[in-house]
Design a protein around this ligand. Sequence first.
Ligand code: GLV
Ligand code: MN
Ligand code: MN
Ligand code: MN
Length: 384
Amino acid sequence: MSEFVKLWAEIAPIGRADSGGYLRFALTEPELTLRDWFRGQAAQRDMTVTEDGNGNLFAWRGEPWAPGTVLTGSHFDSVPHGGGYDGPLGIVSAFLAVDRLPADRKIGIAAFVEEEGGRFGVPCLGSRLLTGVMDPVKAAALTDRDGVSFGEALGAVPTGADQRIGQMAAVVELHIEQGVALRRPVGVASAIWPHGRWRMDFVGVGDHAGTTRMTDRHDPMLTFAHTVLAANEEARLSGAHATVGRVQVEPNATNAIPSLVRGWLDARAADTATLDHLVDTVLKTATERAGRDGTTLSVTPESVTAEVSFDTTLAARLSALLDDAPILPTGAGHDAGVLSAHVPTAMLFVRNPTGVSHSPAEHASDADCEAGVEALARVLEDLS
Ligand code: GLV
Ligand code: MN
Ligand code: MN
Ligand code: MN
């Protein structure tokens, strides 16, 4: 059994649901168990563990935050019933890559908190706090679906920006690829599409399903349905991606016209102009439709992430080092994208044979994961 297969088996059961997917939400029991596992791995390697005041966890070979350290790692948290590779692959691979490096290399391994925004709504919350692009007081007030705030889960208001991130020599995040574009075991990221999340509250008039005439209704579900179709059509027309994957309905009764439908629009595009046009068009269409339906729409942007172009010199260097590994963009968000504004940053992708991700069906082969470890070790050795 390879080192990768052995180490992977240690975390595979943690937080796995009957669906085969994972429920590893930030700072909940499975994610805390993974953090304990992280501390154990660090201890086995004589690495020093630190936590910043933002919920991010680090293991260091050399002094914590020593200038010139190369930082790697990823996240433990998952989307609801997400795959097991999205995030943890970058952390497991980091420990195995460190094992292959000369002992004098200054390396940090990070487990960033709440990368998916699956619990508190804002993705890459830990790296946004660390780099100062998220206000700690606002972050503390974000609540999960049970009304627990991030501040409560963390036990404190986050400490926010830490300038030491800018003294790292480089950041390299290894991640499973989340589409089908990568046809070799390992690739290098060029860019992350600009993307964001918009909460849409459609308010109508709750009433009786059996007695309210069709012409008398103010049904927000109708406005919502029209909006979902408009988002899909507009995204197709513009080569962008639009998804409504989360919805809440009140009172959520079979025999009641809803009083409220709350849906979250996830929109992404290769460039900012296309994304802006997509979102403007969808929200304008939704507002017009609300006028016809006698409902109202209010929109709250929950997070907007600008386009990321990774350091092209660094990407080319890593590609050359890895036998001309392909360089490709992605539509998925990553902590590395947030960090890239503050420190030279690169990402390595491991092939995903089906391209499926954010699903229990997400998969990568052991051989490709082992190639990923090997590639990460070569990169860390080269950069450190
Ligand atoms: C996170 O994985 C995202 O891009 O949604
Ligand atoms: Mn993800
Ligand atoms: Mn991820
Ligand atoms: Mn992500």
